[in-house]
Design a protein around this ligand. Structure first.
Ligand SMILES: [Zn+2]
Ligand SMILES: [Zn+2]
Length: 260
């Protein structure tokens, strides 16, 4: 299995030793690979994600500017980020996007920083990981406007409705289902998880938050993506091994993820 989106940040897991233990537990649970997202835990989270990927060949990284951190954008910081993105361990830019639920950065700043990153991704032909929360379709309109779909667009921790999912996949986008799908309150997300076309479906933990059932109350970690995968398989009426195989294949294809 692959956890397509987690934050293996040493500041969250008690330093490098804590991260190493989390990676070991994942492998033991059959989660052989994981993508550590260097975005969303402050500007320095990109460098930390890259460092973790450099220490673990089964961990790859992305780097980007989360809408929460968009308010701290400077040209110098952005230049640093783009230099890090050149590392062979970095498979994508992101997470990036719009978050009008928390509004931790002014909306115009979020929009500008999002577009800036999409332009770089298009130039460099690297895929992007999208964070979209209550943007009311604006994220999709920006992606259309920036002609971003050709190089790969993944909506991570997808909590939107069926109609939006269909618009995303019609444009060639991918959808990653988080542990929320295991909650009693999953609602329409259960329907989405059942209906994402099988060549566009990924699964993730978004660890350290959103811990799936039956580990609610504990800190989330990549090992628990097994529960999300099992739930998605059940919702699709398919054996777990089949859904495992297709999500692994999709994750590798999306990120052009090859083992060394
Ligand atoms: Zn996110
Ligand atoms: Zn995330």
């Amino acid at each position: 299995m692959i956890d397509s989106h987690c934050h293996l940040d040493p500041s969250v897991y008690g330093g490098d030793l804590g991260v190493d233990a989390v990676v070991a537990r994942a492998v033991e649970a059959g989660v052989t690979h994981m993508l550590s997202v260097g975005s969303g835990y402050g500007f320095e989270s990109a460098a930390r994600a890259l460092a973790v990927a450099r220490r673990h060949t089964n961990v790859r990284a992305s780097v980007g500017l989360h809408p929460h951190d968009a308010k701290d954008f400077t040209d110098a910081r952005f230049a640093d980020l783009l230099a890090m993105a050149e590392a062979p361990e970095v498979l994508a830019l992101g997470e990036m996007g719009l978050d009008f639920h928390y509004d931790q950065s002014p909306r115009d700043t979020q929009r500008a920083v999002f577009r800036e990153q999409l332009r770089v991704a298009r130039q460099r032909r690297v895929p992007v990981i999208i964070h979209d929360r209550e943007s009311d379709g604006e994220t999709l309109r920006v992606l259309d406007d920036e002609a971003s779909w050709d190089t790969g667009v993944l909506f991570h921790c997808y909590t939107g409705n069926l109609a939006l999912m269909q618009r995303i996949v019609a444009r060639g986008g991918f959808i990653s289902i988080p542990g929320i799908v295991t909650f009693k309150t999953a609602g329409e997300m259960a329907e989405v998880a059942a209906q994402v076309p099988e060549d566009r479906l990924l699964v993730e933990t978004d660890a350290p938050f959103l811990t799936p059932v039956p580990h609610r109350g504990k800190k989330n970690e990549p090992a628990y993506v097994t529960h999300t995968l099992a739930k998605v398989a059940a919702l699709r009426g398919r054996p777990v091994v089949e859904v495992e195989a297709l999500t692994v294949a999709n994750t590798r294809r999306f990120f052009d993820w090859k083992d060394e």
